[in-house]
Design a protein around this ligand. Structure first.
Ligand code: ATP
Ligand code: MG
Ligand code: MG
Ligand code: MG
Length: 439
């Protein structure tokens, strides 16, 4: 992408409405624009990051055996009347009427709709286990939308729904998502801690919120420090290995971690002072086993091996991609701007032409730009005639992991400079060597 032809509406000043660093940086770098309260456009730079986050989520969902579909944003109120949640949901639900005066709603979540899809076509236990997911917009009329896309009214959610014949099978499905989440957040450059969460009227030990520790987080959390050293399940984890997954779950839930709603002061006090962490956190994911809560009122049954009909056991599993993007920024920035982990960076590298219009600089940059692109890299080429200082500031601000700097003196010697955004380390390499290193 040539910057001269790109749409990167960078703000010079810090926007006043932004209270936290991620919101400030997302506005300054032109990643997002608020269209009305808590409703955002994702501008090209932001869209690139969001797509990369979604791609990682999708890969890990698929690896764990979940299957992607796509459900609509608008739902009929009827389904929600069946489950009993239409009245319960309250003001967070945006209720709409169509021209025939039928009650509709903008979906805040999809348990009812997926249960309807399931019951319409699955009749036998032989089709189980089944886990269906989508990555789709949701709407919740939050009382206090704030911090940009961290808590917006319209937001993206990856929501998966599992169906099993028995509770034991459902726990295995739950563990698959538990492991998939550990891997997903790790690949996004985050250390997310699974914390026991409120299961509401269902009870049991089977709801976890995945929390990123951050001073600006809205949740109050309490945990043991040892989470920092736990190993992330490897890429070749066998998701069909019931005991293997259970032991990963057991390990990750063996030490204390709870949000304020579930906090047990007495249990927390037994941890030594040095190992005790009381902090703030951002909820980036939430998984839930809820048994027959929806299958019962909505009649989602399958025929079991015994020939009898059984209500299916369900779970649901959410991740918030549009919250994850600011969460990553909260975890990774400095005074000059964002520092993207390579896995979600909008561009892998930025080629900075320090003297656009100079024949040698132009041809060197064109060569680098073509070579990196041909190797399948996402490259931004700053070919504008801005001052070098402005270009460096922009590159730092938008947080591209590697800067390839081509100035007249280096280029005359057949060289360019590479700068690592995170460490600031610089090295001078021949053009050839730079291309080899980056491809
Ligand atoms: P919160 O406690 O922050 O209100 P929630 O518990 O209501 O979130 P869930 O119903 O568990 O949210 O939804 C699953 C995931 O969707 C959350 O873990 C979060 O990542 C994301 N999410 C929920 N609400 C929002 C929102 N208003 N803006 C952005 N992401 C959200
Ligand atoms: Mg909420
Ligand atoms: Mg919550
Ligand atoms: Mg939640």
């Amino acid at each position: 992408m040539r910057l001269s032809r790109y749409f990167l509406p960078i703000l010079k000043e810090n926007p006043k409405e932004a209270e936290i660093v991620s919101h400030r940086l997302m506005l300054r770098t032109g990643m997002i624009r608020q269209q009305s309260q808590g409703i955002y456009s994702w501008l090209p730079l932001g869209k690139r990051v969001l797509d990369k986050v979604n791609a990682i989520i999708r890969e890990e969902q698929n690896r764990a055996g979940a299957i992607e579909l796509s459900m609509p944003t608008l739902q009929s109120a009827e389904l929600w009347q069946e489950s009993g949640r239409y009245e319960d949901y309250g003001k967070e639900m945006l209720r709409i009427r169509d021209r025939q005066d039928r009650p509709m709603l903008y979906g805040p979540t999809n348990e009812e709709m997926i249960t309807d899809i399931f019951r319409s076509s699955v009749k036998s236990y032989k089709s189980l286990p089944l886990n269906l997911y989508h990555i789709q917009l949701k709407f919740r009329d939050e009382i206090r939308p704030r911090f940009g896309t961290m808590r917006s009214r319209e937001f993206l959610m990856k929501d998966a729904y599992s169906f099993d014949l028995t509770q034991a099978d459902a726990i295995h499905s739950y563990n698959k998502m538990f492991v998939a989440y550990l891997r997903t957040f790790d690949r996004l450059g985050l250390r997310a801690i699974p914390m026991r969460a409120d299961t509401g009227p269902i009870g049991g030990n089977h709801s976890h919120e995945f929390i990123i520790l951050a001073d600006t987080g809205e949740s109050e959390v309490f945990c043991h420090k040892s989470f920092v050293d736990f190993d992330i399940p490897s890429v070749d984890t066998d998701f069909d290995d019931v005991n293997g997954l259970q032991s990963i779950f057991d390990k990750w839930t063996s030490v204390y971690a709870a949000t304020s709603e579930m906090h047990d002061e007495a249990a927390f006090d037994t941890i030594s002072d040095a190992d005790r962490l009381s902090a703030r956190g951002i909820e980036v994911g939430h998984i839930f086993y809820f048994g027959t809560k929806y299958s019962e009122p909505m009649g989602a049954k399958v025929q079991g091996p015994d020939g009898k009909e059984h209500l299916v056991h369900m779970g649901s599993y959410g991740i918030g991609p549009t919250r994850l993007v600011p969460a990553i920024i909260e975890a990774s920035h400095d005074e000059n701007g964002i520092i993207w982990p390579a896995s979600v960076a909008p561009f892998d590298a930025v080629v900075i032409n320090m003297k656009a219009g100079d024949e040698a600089c132009d041809s060197t940059c064109e060569r680098l730009y073509a070579a990196l692109q041909n190797a399948g890299k996402d490259v931004l080429y700053d070919d504008t005639d801005d001052r070098a200082g402005t270009k460096f500031a922009t590159a730092d601000l938008i947080g591209v992991p590697v800067q390839v700097i081509a100035g007249p003196r280096a280029v005359a010697a057949g060289e360019v400079e590479l700068k690592d955004r995170k460490t600031g380390a610089r090295e001078t390499l021949t053009i050839e060597a730079a291309i080899n290193k980056l491809t």
